[in-house]
Design a protein. Structure first.
Length: 139
């Protein structure tokens, strides 16, 4: 049973507003009194996934679901998809554009950081369709 569910639309290429959804998520969870360690883990993962939406997709949404025993963060995008998820999960591997790199993004740590910080992590992607990432964080 969900206590709270929030959806955040994330625009492709919106570097100027990148991080706003993850900051709103952090503030919301802090007000709910979420444990500081869990809050930190979810904050890192939400920022990474939000940046991936900005850098690599054609836009998408982040959905935060708060339940009594866990938090779930789901990212669903419209985009090119990921042709090789195994390669994309390798630390340092990046397909970020020159624009993203010139702004200090695209170091190839997004997916590995998400997986490292989440209690559970799943990713599904179809080339030409998009990518869905679901992360849970135990409370």
């Amino acid at each position: 049973m969900a206590i709270l569910e929030q959806v955040f639309q994330v625009e492709a290429g919106a570097f100027a507003t990148a991080g706003e959804a993850s900051m709103t998520i952090k503030r919301t969870l802090k007000k709910l009194g979420i444990n500081a360690n869990v809050l930190h883990q979810l904050s890192v993962a939400s920022y990474e996934v939000e940046l991936n939406l900005v850098i690599h997709s054609m836009g998408g949404a982040l959905t935060l679901t708060v339940e009594p025993d866990k938090l779930t963060l789901t990212s669903k995008d419209v985009g090119p998809g990921i042709p090789d998820i195994g390669k994309a999960m390798t630390e340092g591997y990046s397909t970020a554009s020159e624009e993203a790199r010139s702004l200090g993004f695209g170091a190839g740590m997004g997916l590995p950081n998400m997986k490292r910080n989440a209690t559970t992590f799943s990713i599904e992607s179809e080339v030409g369709v998009g990518t869905t990432i679901v992360m849970t964080f135990a409370l």
